[in-house]
Write a protein that binds this ligand. Structure first.
Ligand SMILES: O=C(O)CCC(=O)C(=O)O
Ligand SMILES: [Fe+2]
Length: 264
């Protein structure tokens, strides 16, 4: 895509600073048009105040966080893997990435598993809790919000889910490495979880989203993350724009889909 980094300005030091900045309207419009070809774009009220296009920039006070604003290695995850209405696709556009910091990717197609692990992963024997970003941002500016109460409920009482679903021969995947556990006392499920974690790490590859590049991740088949890096926090750091896309599931996604997707 056409990106004009000079017009876009320097990399913001916080996502709050970028909320009302219109200098990247052209870049955001291009990303939105492309994302709209894949399905319905949407945003979360819990993330960046519901902004449709989110800014991914390193934030100094968030260095250690498992989020798009950290600079430690971001472990691989399904985007919003805890939520049944998570996006079907994730689209990332590079405004600048001068140090070529890679996004990491791993595909369910590359995962090799023993049959007993595979079948355990197809059963509702796992918990995926919301990542902290969903709880933290809304708590700061709207602590009484009903959506925040629901997010806390999902944290305290997560519903057991399957990590593999759909066609057993070509399954879909949902997992968020730091936030996923097996049910208490289910050793077999814990073993299967460790096995799929190992396999995804083995199959992981790097993709650099540079200026004007768009990476589209199939959030039902691939996990993603980011390598650790050393930001300068001086306006020259890596800067990506992100959109989430909902989509009617492909017919080959098959049985075992979440209830909302089935209704669609
Ligand atoms: O910074 C990246 O390359 C990926 C960040 C990420 O996981 C996300 O935006 O969901
Ligand atoms: Fe992500």
């Amino acid at each position: 895509m056409r990106v004009d980094p000079d017009r876009c300005g320097s990399t913001p030091l916080s996502w709050q600073e970028a909320l009302d900045d219109s200098r990247q309207d052209l870049e955001e419009a291009q990303l939105a048009l492309l994302a709209s070809c894949l399905g319905d774009v949407f945003a979360w009220p819990t993330i960046q105040r519901g902004r449709m296009v989110q800014n991914l920039i390193p934030v100094e006070s968030d260095r250690e966080e498992q989020s798009g604003h950290g600079s430690v290695a971001l472990e691989w995850h399904t985007e919003d893997g805890f939520h049944q209405d998570r996006c079907r696709y994730l689209a990332l556009l590079g405004i600048r990435n001068p140090d070529q910091v890679p996004t990491t990717l791993g595909s369910v197609h590359d995962v090799r598993l023993a049959e007993h692990h595979r079948s355990a992963l197809h059963e509702r024997r796992f918990l995926i809790r919301p990542d902290l970003e969903h709880l933290r941002q809304l708590a700061e500016f709207a602590p009484e919000n009903e959506i925040l109460r629901r997010a806390h409920e999902m944290n305290e009482n997560p519903e057991p889910v399957a990590l593999l679903f759909g066609d057993p021969k070509a399954p879909c995947l949902r997992i968020d490495a730091p936030y996923t556990t097996a049910l208490p006392d289910d050793d077999e499920a814990a073993e299967a979880l460790a096995a799929v974690v190992d396999e995804l790490s083995r199959a992981q590859r790097d993709v650099v989203v540079g200026e004007g590049d768009v990476l589209i991740v199939d959030n039902y088949r691939a996990v993603h993350g980011r390598r650790a890096f050393h930001p300068r926090f001086d306006g020259t750091d890596r800067w990506l724009k992100r959109m989430s896309v909902a989509s009617t599931p492909l017919s080959d996604v098959g049985a075992g889909m979440d209830t909302r997707a089935q209704a669609l």
